[in-house]
Design a protein around this ligand. Structure first.
Ligand SMILES: [Fe+2]
Ligand SMILES: [Fe+2]
Length: 354
């Protein structure tokens, strides 16, 4: 039996009332909208390979801190317990100031592992943490918040699974005493943590002054990673991805072209204006499919977009920007792999580079 052609509604999840619902689901009423401002939370489709959420952190807070007396500390509201589950989970933190891509905007402390193996990371630069399957994780504490920053987490499973609650925090953790350096400095989970190194990131010269890559993460950064992830900050218009522009890597050059993968890819469009979380901050054209099946998605709200396996996608064109925003993509394979094509949309004339 031929599989049903997915519709736009199957692939595109614009955020609107979900922001309100996510906010009320995540936080006790007293903290709603004041501690962390969620942009997205659960993907309302269990065929998605990811369960994914993004928040703007605006004040110090803790996730997964469960010691007795916790609730008496008004500075650090409880949200969930340290835990482990069968799927790997990614945690990504980065700043939203386009002029200072290396600045996280605060200091985060994140714990992986338990008992003698526990590893605490502390950082004030954009960073990714990959928690391998069946490994305890949390607390995650936002110790300082000088400027709002973004916290993204995604689980390599279609729906949230609490798994096994770990009733104690790591022995080196103290809510009152921030870590001053990673502990231990080397250890079992050292490779789970990757901080932004600008010199290692590719550059697209045609994007200069309009967008830059904040983070990339793949098996190259962490040899047990299962996904390829890229996060871009966008603050200009009249450019895009998949238009033939040259991408300059430290060791090679490639072109940004329409392509397909044999696995699913998820795009996130995240606004950074905490006063207007329902607004993306710009307008994006996203093209998917080829020939008579080609579709144009116009995106101007925070949105998840799913690209099914073997589906041609791009260009992604930034038409207008009135507030900086973030485009993130997560490809369900450990390093980028796909087949490029020079077939651009037929219904839309883009200025493309050969
Ligand atoms: Fe988790
Ligand atoms: Fe792709």
């Amino acid at each position: 039996m031929a599989s049903k052609q997915p519709t736009h509604e199957d692939l595109l999840f614009e955020q609107g009332k979900e922001i309100e619902e996510g906010r009320s689901k995540l936080f006790p009423p007293k903290d709603a909208g004041t501690v962390i401002y969620p942009l997205y939370y659960e993907v309302p489709d269990n065929e998605f390979h990811l369960r994914l959420g993004a928040s703007i952190v605006t004040q110090p807070a803790a996730i997964g801190y469960s010691e007795p007396g916790m609730n008496t500390n008004p500075r650090v509201p409880i949200r969930c317990f340290p835990h482990k589950h069968h799927a790997g989970e990614y945690f990504v933190h980065f700043g939203i100031d386009p002029d200072n891509p290396d600045d996280l905007g605060g200091r985060v402390e994140f714990w992986v592992g338990d008992g003698a193996d526990a590893h605490g990371f502390t950082f004030d630069k954009p960073a990714t943490i990959f928690v391998p399957p069946r490994v305890s994780h949390l607390p995650c504490v936002f110790r300082e918040v000088r400027k709002p920053f973004i916290h993204i987490e995604w689980l390599d499973a279609p729906i949230w699974c609490q798994g096994v609650v770990v009733p104690t925090v790591a022995p080196g953790f103290s809510i009152e005493k921030p870590l001053t350096k990673n502990t231990p400095e080397t250890g079992k989970y050292q490779t789970c943590f990757k901080q932004r190194v600008e010199a290692e990131l590719p550059v697209i010269p045609a994007h200069k002054g309009k967008s830059h890559i904040i983070l990339q993460h793949s098996m190259k950064e962490c040899d047990i990673a299962t996904d390829f992830m890229e996060i871009n900050m966008v603050y200009g218009s009249g450019f895009g991805w998949g238009l033939g522009d040259v991408i300059v890597y430290s060791d090679r050059q490639e072109r940004s072209l329409p392509h397909r993968h044999n696995v699913e890819e998820t795009y996130l469009f995240i606004g950074t204006d905490k006063q207007h979380p329902e607004d993306l901050g710009g307008t994006v054209e996203f093209w998917m499919g080829d020939g008579i099946k080609e579709w144009e998605h116009v995106i101007n709200r925070p949105t998840f977009l799913k690209v099914p396996p073997n589906t041609i996608h791009l260009p992604l064109y930034i038409k207008e920007v009135h507030h900086a925003f973030v485009i993130a993509s997560v490809l369900n394979m450990p390093v980028w792999g796909g087949n490029n094509t020079e077939e651009f949309p037929k219904r839309r004339q883009f200025k493309t580079r050969k």
